[in-house]
Design a protein around this ligand. Structure first.
Ligand code: NAD
Length: 353
């Protein structure tokens, strides 16, 4: 199989972890007889430094032509003082919108050798296997008006959802649940928000098409509590953009380190894959970043965009083997085993492939 992959390393540790993913994918290609061709473009602060904007039309066009996109991370103090429309985060929001990446998927499953590194008791986290489906191109982050009024003393954001935006993400939630334990938790704030009441109506309507999927409605405040008190009770969570942003970050630390978690952002035609974490400016350039979230994102790309399940499983198994062998990066805060840097961790994953 031959595939064109656009890589967007971005800022901070982005380039370091992207190199790791490319090395692992190159090794997978050799082993399974595929050809992966990588072309690098800029996004975020790095793009601003080069072109004066966080995402150029040229990069968007290249992504639209690609078979899949890998993204590192964006952001850093260097660009914090820029006006809002030039900040690195705008690059991220713009690419999601331009590629219509409306579904963000975050699997949160602890690796057995890391369970003791979770901030939760091992007995609480044990058995957790959560799949968060978050709406990514609507809601509060995109609605207008979004502005300051009265000399900057009043601020307005708009939470807006159209029926079709809710329907397509809720469908993704049901479809995902159907392939897993057939339990869907829809998270909203229907006791207060009108948009949540529409959301809940649509979930009820759609549930008739999926009689074998058990559906719960949960208010976002309850969901935030339940995620730390009883994470094993969840299977698939489907929710809107802002709630999903917060809950998926809360979920991401359950497994021990944010550096471990992959994500996929999907349209109906293309997928963008990135680790959950940010650009980690505090450790950028030191060569110590955990590359596993990025490497596992590459595995998600193989599975969702290229339907290469065997190859994706090979990467996941190689990562697990490294952890079982005791290899870990500094962020995992494990005393036993052997602490390694980004390159050594990557080499170990490749050895175990
Ligand atoms: P962060 O995820 O970058 O870092 C939080 C903490 O986790 C830091 O101590 C960092 O060193 C550590 N960490 C994160 N990833 C790691 C990895 N792979 N290996 C080892 N340690 C890791 O979040 P932050 O500090 O809140 O944000 C830093 C910058 O990243 C900001 O500019 C923010 O806007 C941006 N950001 C970008 C994204 C993205 O690109 N999708 C997501 C979140 C934040």
């Amino acid at each position: 199989m031959a595939k064109e992959i656009i890589v967007l390393p971005g800022d901070g540790i982005g380039q370091e972890i992207m190199n790791a993913a490319i090395d692992v994918l190159t090794s997978v290609a050799r082993k399974f007889n595929h050809t992966f061709h990588f072309t690098q473009y800029e996004i975020g602060g790095t793009s601003y430094d080069k072109y004066g904007e966080p995402l150029t039309d040229g990069t968007i066009d290249a992504c639209l032509e690609a078979d899949a996109i890998l993204l590192g991370a964006i952001g850093g103090n260097k660009w914090d003082a820029l006006p809002p429309h030039l900040r690195p985060e705008q690059g991220l929001l713009k690419i999601r919108k331009a590629l219509n990446l409306y579904a963000n998927i975050r699997p949160i499953k602890g690796f057995a050798p890391l369970l003791h590194a979770s901030p939760l008791k091992e007995s609480v986290i044990q058995g957790s296997d959560i799949y968060i489906v978050r709406e990514l191109t609507g809601g509060l982050y995109f609605g207008t008006p979004r502005e300051r009024r009265e000399d900057g003393n009043v601020a307005v954001d708009t939470l807006l959802y159209h029926r079709n935006e809710i329907e397509r993400i809720v469908e993704k939630g049901f479809e995902s649940a159907k392939l897993r334990k057939k339990h869907l938790t829809s998270v909203d704030k229907a006791n207060v928000l009108e948009s949540s009441r529409l959301w809940r109506e649509i979930v009820e309507e759609k549930s008739k098409q999926y009689p074998d999927v058990e559906v719960d409605h949960m208010l976002v405040d309850s969901a935030a509590m339940k995620l730390i008190t009883d994470p094993a009770s969840f299977d698939v969570i489907v929710t809107e953009n802002l709630f999903g942003d917060i809950l998926s970050d809360e979920g991401s630390v359950l497994t021990g380190s944010i550096g471990m978690l992959p994500s996929a952002s999907l349209s109906d035609t293309v997928g963008l894959y990135e680790p959950v974490h940010g650009s980690a400016p505090d450790i950028a350039g030191k060569g110590v970043a955990n590359p596993l979230g990025m490497i596992l994102s590459a595995a998600m790309m193989l599975r969702y965009s290229f339907h290469l399940n065997k190859e994706a499983e090979a990467i996941e198994a190689a990562v697990e083997k490294c952890l079982e062998e005791g290899f870990h990066t500094a962020d995992l805060k494990i005393k036993a085993g052997k602490q390694v840097d980004t390159k050594e961790m990557t080499a170990n994953v490749i050895r175990n492939l």
